[in-house]
Design a binder for this molecule. Structure first.
Ligand code: EPU
Length: 443
């Protein structure tokens, strides 16, 4: 069943929206839950296909997972881990499941995890994860597409990351929790999701210092120091940034709740330079608005606290109709301009040269049929559809469902004319439920 969005552009978004738990945090918290021989409860877990995949990975290892949709919580009972293998069938569906490698090494001292391939946005290697585990004492073989890691014991050491990789920092943090002695990760990623993982591990009895800075120290603890815990995931800063952009793109005015503005400083600053207004209403509530045509800006994507690569495609959409010329440099991924051909089909004037894009603002976008190539490019095309004159059809919604919970419902509540429909449904009426509800098993 192929689902699509039909969007009638031109409506200014208003009202309010509440942001869910951070996808890129919750996936790691779920993996971390297997460190405890018992039950862990995590709140603020969004209902996403990626979450479903991670729960399937954990269930495959023997953990018992129960997702409560009303409460948006999940209980993971990892009393019995009966397998050390994360299968290709699951890892290939979601690269983030590679995080189970570090968690299994902590819990079982052995792991067999399928190597994730490249993906639409870039090569996305895992060499830092592997080198870091070897430095901790693991013997690693890569055979038949699987990483087989084994260690009689893991011993803390100094690890320097060539790039502040989010996934490598998290995998190595997880692997070091029960190591002998202290591990120091230098040039560590500083994303809020790293702090969230460290806070979660510390609430279960780990000893991690410095998360959120470029040097993280993990003082190994004994397995019996870890205990059952409850934890609430931080809000999703990329979802928040997406809704902020959607409001600004449509010259709207809306309240965005459950957002940590400090996690979006760089992005907020750029939106304000473009002409948007962002007011703090309460510590976790902001009011976003824009009245007139935005002005173009230049930006370079950088690891946190720089401009987030995950908001690059979305910001590019804003530039397509801004006054002037904006230059974007994508410095994290080799191939993250997948939205460009579709934006051009909607009338955008974009010149791309390797990792640079020059966006010359046009007066209007016009509706067209476009397809999501990845999660964030998909969200960018939805925003382009909300801005465009006429009707836009966005295809390949499974990418969007990986990371945006009830995306169209949240947008509808803000006045957007967007409906989800099945290809077979020629009337274009919305389908009963989102793709998530059609997935079998899991949440
Ligand atoms: N890299 C290597 N070797 C490694 C690890 C990374 O060369 O061993 C390179 C990658 O190829 C990439 C760069 O380092 O060019 C940064 O990759 P990083 O490891 O930081 O990214 P990640 O952990 O794979 C997470 C998010 C991404 C987000 C990036 C950067 C999750 C599940 N994913 O990926 O989110 O773009 O950090 O902030 O946390 C998304 O949500 O749409 C998404 C892609």
């Amino acid at each position: 069943m192929t689902e699509k969005f039909k969007i009638h552009g031109g409506e200014s978004l208003k009202g309010e929206v509440s942001i869910g738990g951070a996808k890129n945090s919750v996936l790691k918290l779920l993996a971390a839950a297997i460190l405890v021989k018992g039950s862990t409860k995590i709140y603020n877990v969004p209902h996403l296909t990626d979450v479903d995949i991670m729960l399937n990975v954990l269930s495959d290892l023997g953990a018992v997972c129960n997702y409560n949709k009303e409460e948006k919580s999940v209980v993971i009972d990892a009393s019995d881990i009966t397998s050390i293998t994360a299968k290709y069938e699951l890892v290939s569906k979601m690269r983030a499941s590679f995080i189970i490698l570090g968690a299994l090494m902590s819990r079982c001292r052995e792991a067999i995890v399928a190597l994730p391939g490249g993906c639409a946005i870039g090569e996305r290697r895992v060499d830092f994860h592997i080198k870091g585990l070897e430095a901790l004492g693991a013997k690693i073989k890569i055979e038949n597409g699987y990483v087989h890691a084994k260690a009689s014991k893991l011993v803390g050491t100094d690890i320097y990351l060539d790039i502040p990789s989010v996934g490598a920092t998290e995998n190595l943090m997880l692997a070091s929790v029960l190591a002998e002695g202290s591990t120091r990760i230098q040039n560590a990623a500083q994303e809020p999701e790293i702090i969230d993982l460290a806070n979660f591990l510390n609430t279960m009895g780990a000893d991690i210092q410095g998360a959120g800075t470029s040097e993280i120290v993990i003082n190994g603890v004994k397995a019996d120091c870890l205990h059952e815990t409850e934890y609430t995931t931080i809000p999703d800063r990329i979802e928040a940034g997406t809704f902020m952009a959607a409001v600004v793109a449509t010259k709207g005015k809306a309240i965005i709740k459950n957002v940590y503005p400090a996690h979006l400083t760089f992005f907020n600053d750029k939106l304000i330079k473009m002409g948007a207004s962002i007011k703090l209403v309460e510590p976790t509530t902001i009011e976003v608005s824009a009245r007139s045509r935005l002005s173009s800006i230049n930006f370079v994507t950088q690891p946190y606290p720089g401009f987030p690569t995950d908001l690059q495609a979305i910001a590019m959409t804003l530039l397509t109709t801004s006054n002037g010329v904006g230059i974007i440099t994508e410095s994290l991924y080799e191939n993250r301009f997948m939205q460009v051909p579709d934006l051009r089909r909607m009338g955008a004037d974009i010149h791309q040269d390797r990792n640079h894009a020059i966006v010359k603002g046009v007066k209007n976008l016009t509706g067209a049929t476009v397809a999501a190539s990845d999660l964030r490019a998909g969200a960018a095309l939805v925003i382009a559809g909300l801005m465009a004159n006429g009707e836009t059809i966005v295809e390949k919604l499974h990418h969007i469902d990986r990371g945006y919970e009830e995306f169209e419902h949240k947008l509808q509540n803000m006045g957007a004319k967007i409906t989800r429909y099945n290809e077979e449904d020629i009337s274009g009426m919305p389908s009963m439920n989102s793709a998530i509800l059609n997935t079998k098993g899991g949440i």
